[in-house]
Write a protein of this length. Structure first.
Length: 427
């Protein structure tokens, strides 16, 4: 993936434009005169940025910039993941934090929004001990800002349950308590929840199933292309492959795209990538390397599960699938989204489609608070209920306002966040 210094800024501009537009549609200024609600949603409550001097295994030091943006906590404690990626910058993290606030409101979780990130040099792959040092240093920089009732991070791009384990452990060392509830997405043995690791990908397919249900569309036998084979894309692929009867014909990552007309054997592909690395995806023995970009795949559904701004005004025209579901946060730029809507693409937006991860994080918080353990079946049943209800609400709002699901989601979320902000007074 190319480094484009403008992507974070462009992403933030898109999110802020959407917030302003929604506030105007909701007539917030008229309903709450002089309360400046939109500014209070756009300007984050707090931005923390700090340096991490990370010692490599060979003794050299990597000087890294780390961020945590707490967007707002009007509806509940700050919540959102931490990503380690070369594209991380303040604007990107700020945009992602705002999307977390919106996402939690869309699915009705009593949580606010935050996001964290560390900008990693491009191409750098850290060893396990280096990842551990990075996790611990990140917590050291933020120890007073985090907490189970304050701000609860989770995994995101390039972070996982092991990173959350180190972070929770380090946080406990500072507080003197064996508190693991300050993080979600932890391993099961440290108070993690059943179903959390795969929750975002599973939730994407649950949203697609509900979409198909409303459209009277039979998913069985339909074809699916998935951009991105990380945590979200791979679990979405697995659920689609094993539970819906869909054929996952195309899968891509930053190194290329692989296809199989009969449908890729997803468990075998996951095993292959786990053993040989992401670079080897295109060499999967039971598939062929695609000649074109995955966006051009001639499938029934396209799932975008890579990074933000993957689809721009320049390449949106390549999309051939009539249904697009967003597993990543912000995969379409605002311009691309407008063009896609104009072209009649049917889009299930990120703030609904990928809310499964934070929803099961919330379940993890509830279990931790009550020293409880839920079964995987119970977690998935509750997740299904939340995804279906949220989808049904948006579908109804989109019908009423004659708008897209994305606009319906923003209308619902911004209205609720604004009401909570107003009730709290001039804080
Ligand atoms: N990183 C995930 C997201 O973007 C999950 C966040 C969480 O569980 O707090 O939605």
């Amino acid at each position: 993936m190319e480094t484009n210094p403008k992507t974070g800024k462009q992403f933030l501009d898109s999110v802020n434009t959407m917030l302003r537009q929604t506030s105007a549609d909701l007539k917030l200024e008229e309903r709450y005169p002089g309360h400046q609600l939109v500014e209070r949603m756009i300007i984050p409550d707090r931005v923390v940025s700090f340096r991490i001097s990370l010692q490599r295994d060979n003794g050299a030091i990597d000087v890294l910039t780390a961020y945590r943006v707490q967007n707002n906590n009007f509806r509940g404690p700050y919540k959102g993941g931490i990503r380690w990626h070369h594209r991380v910058d303040l604007a990107e993290v700020q945009a992602l934090a705002a999307l977390m606030t919106i996402k939690c409101a869309v699915v009705g979780l009593p949580l606010g929004g935050a996001k964290g990130g560390v900008a990693i040099p491009e191409g750098r792959v850290y060893s396990v001990p280096e990842r551990e040092r990075l996790s611990r240093k990140y917590v050291e920089g933020l120890v007073h800002d985090l907490g189970p009732k304050k701000d609860i991070p989770a995994p995101d791009v390039n972070t996982d349950a092991q990173a959350m384990a180190w972070m929770a452990d380090h946080y406990g060392k500072f507080t003197g308590e064996s508190i693991t509830a300050a993080f979600t997405g932890k391993p099961l043995s440290m108070g993690g929840s059943q179903g959390r690791a795969e929750a975002t990908g599973v939730g994407v397919i649950m949203a697609l199933e509900r979409h198909a249900h409303h459209k009277h569309l039979e998913l069985k036998g339909k074809t699916l292309a998935i951009q991105g084979f990380g945590n979200v894309g791979s679990h979405a692929a697995l659920k689609a492959h094993s539970e819906t009867g869909m054929k996952v014909t195309h899968v891509s990552n930053e190194f290329g795209c692989v296809f199989q007309d009969e449908g890729l054997d997803i468990p075998a592909l996951m095993k292959w990538v786990a053993q040989n690395g992401q670079k080897a995806l295109i060499k999967f023995p039971d598939g062929q390397e695609c000649k074109e970009d995955i966006l051009s795949a001639d499938t029934d559904v396209l799932c975008l599960a890579a990074l933000e701004n993957a689809v721009t005004a320049d390449n949106v025209g390549c999309i051939r699938a009539p249904i697009v579901i967003e597993g990543a946060n912000g995969p379409l730029t605002a311009e691309a989204d407008a063009l896609a809507v104009k072209a009649g693409l049917d889009i299930v937006p990120d703030i609904l489609a990928n809310a499964g991860g934070v929803t099961v994080s919330y379940f993890e918080m509830v279990q931790n608070e009550n020293q409880d353990r839920w079964t995987r079946e119970y977690v998935l049943e509750r997740l299904r209920g939340i995804m279906n209800n949220a989808y049904d609400d948006l579908r109804e709002a989109a019908r009423k306002h004659k708008c897209t699901l994305r606009r319906a989601a923003f209308l619902k979320a911004v209205d609720e966040i604004a009401a909570a902000c107003d009730l709290r007074g001039a804080q």
